[in-house]
Design a protein around this ligand. Structure first.
Ligand SMILES: Nc1ncnc2c1ncn2[C@@H]1O[C@H](COP(=O)(O)OP(=O)(O)OP(=O)(O)O)[C@@H](O)[C@H]1O
Ligand SMILES: [Mg+2]
Length: 208
């Protein structure tokens, strides 16, 4: 989780890109925000060719929202009904089996929240999704927008307790430095601290 421009999407895509190119782990990127075209274009600035990996079936981008909105030109009924999570789950299960995915990124939970009417509705959808993903041998990174600078230090959104791990990305307003922390990682001994990182031509680099 992190504020706007903190590097969440780049972190997510880098996780999939490195998985596909260096660890033999295919991955799926579910976008509720930017279009696949825009993601492919932006990420080319790091020299990462997603198109190539998509053709090799090592990465799949699932566009969970924008095609429906384009088709209906912001049809109010569709927006009111919200995101069709059941349909999304079916698509994801197909894609996971299809490429043998080991990694999944959902970008983002906060946008998913915009398509749900109530907290109850949101929780139900999340539980359905996590229940379905739990049946696969897959690690899911869920990106979420931080509502406050202190998120992960003094402020914790309710969903924090649902996940096995929480990473926070921050761009400090005063020092203009980027910092990454592990807030929790169940079952793992991990470092504690806010580590500086930079977004370079090669993507995210943590400064030890
Ligand atoms: N090629 C690049 N080289 C260096 N820095 C870059 C490059 N491309 C993007 N950035 C930095 O990364 C930021 C965007 O990162 P990213 O899209 O991952 O943020 P985000 O946390 O997903 O934001 P949002 O909440 O708006 O989706 C830009 O604001 C810019 O500072
Ligand atoms: Mg983003």
């Amino acid at each position: 989780m992190g504020g706007p421009g903190s590097g969440k999407s780049i972190f997510g895509i880098q996780y999939l890109y490195k998985g596909a190119t260096e660890y033999g782990e295919p991955g799926i990127y579910v976008t509720l925000e930017e279009t696949p075209q825009k993601i492919r274009r932006n990420i080319l600035s790091f020299g990462w060719n997603l198109k190539e990996l998509e053709e090799q079936r090592k990465i799949v981008i699932v566009d969970a929202v924008s095609h429906r909105i384009q088709e209906t030109e912001l049809d109010h009924e569709i927006l009111k009904k919200g995101l069709d999570v059941e349909n999304m789950i079916v698509n994801l299960e197909d894609a996971i089996k299809d490429i043998g995915a080991k990694r999944l990124v959902l970008d983002s939970l906060s946008v998913m929240g915009m398509y749900t009417e109530t907290d109850f509705d949101m929780r139900t959808k999340l539980l359905r999704l996590s229940g379905s993903l739990a049946t696969h041998d897959i690690t899911t990174l869920v990106i979420t927008e931080a509502q406050s600078e202190d998120v992960g230090t003094t402020v914790f959104p309710p969903e924090t307790f649902m996940f096995d791990g929480v990473l926070t990305l921050r761009l400090d307003t005063d020092s203009q430095e980027r910092r990454i922390s592990i807030r929790k990682m169940r079952g793992t001994k991990h470092v504690i601290g806010a580590y500086r990182f930079e977004i370079t031509d090669d993507g995210i680099q943590v400064i030890p």
